[in-house]
Design a protein around this ligand. Structure first.
Ligand code: 5GP
Length: 215
């Protein structure tokens, strides 16, 4: 039985980055994690790409014009930004800073370029996870299954996939997604373990002092 008077130990929020080539299951895994764990929120990126069917402005992305995107670049309002498949994508800094201040964790679905920029800016708070498909054939099959993009876009993404995968070694954890349930468990375990990192648990000093009677 858990005693009722245990106080939650303060901790600093972490920034969990998920990257993968399209078709490795990253969006599905992000959704599962967000549904399961209420202490982590998605960083909603800004993009100049047109919305796909079913995508909701302000939920999946903030869909903006090139001029709106460039205005935020000029204001230095992005934590990171990059061009991916001819469109601009970026992480607005303000919501992330607020979440960190409030001790909430933030999930990023961004590419390797954005991950490199975050590594330069906020390395200490970063947990970088790369999702690999189980094989090239499976990646191809998953990309074709996505009916939303034209054949031309699928071909382009397939060729881009190897480029994205070549940056796998810039990540802390690698998950091979051959079984969704297993991959979900592995991602969840990474998050749980990283939350217990000593330096992230900013309330530990006073907690321990109370236990040993020095508080
Ligand atoms: P999609 O157009 O399929 O939603 O995303 C294409 C790629 O852009 C994905 O690899 C996704 O992770 C990446 N991406 C989405 N938002 C951002 C962002 O804010 N910054 C960066 N660097 N990449 C992003």
């Amino acid at each position: 039985m858990t005693p009722k008077n245990i106080k939650k130990i303060d901790r600093r929020g972490l920034l969990l980055v998920l990257s993968s080539p399209s078709g490795a299951g990253k969006s599905t895994l992000s959704r599962l994690l967000l549904d399961q764990d209420k202490n982590i929120t998605l960083s909603v990126s800004m993009t100049t790409r047109k919305p796909r069917t079913g995508e909701v402005d302000g939920v999946d992305y903030n869909f903006v014009t090139k001029a709106e995107f460039e205005a935020l670049v000029a204001e230095d309002g992005f934590l990171e930004y990059a061009k991916v498949f001819d469109n601009d994508y970026g992480t607005p800094a303000a919501p992330v800073e607020l979440a960190m201040k409030e001790g909430r964790d933030v999930l990023f679905d961004i590419d390797w370029q954005g991950t490199q920029q975050l590594t330069q800016k906020v390395a200490k708070d970063l947990v970088r996870v790369f999702i690999l498909p189980p094989s090239k054939d499976e990646l191809e099959r998953r990309l074709k299954e996505r009916a939303q993009d034209s054949a031309e876009v699928v071909a382009k993404r397939m060729s881009k996939a190897s480029e994205e995968i070549s940056h796998w070694d810039g990540y802390d954890y690698i998950i091979v997604n051959d079984d969704l349930d297993k991959a979900e468990q592995q991602l969840f375990s990474i998050l749980q373990a990283e939350r217990l990192n000593r330096e992230r648990q900013t309330g530990l000093v006073s907690f321990v002092h109370k236990i040993i009677g020095e508080g």
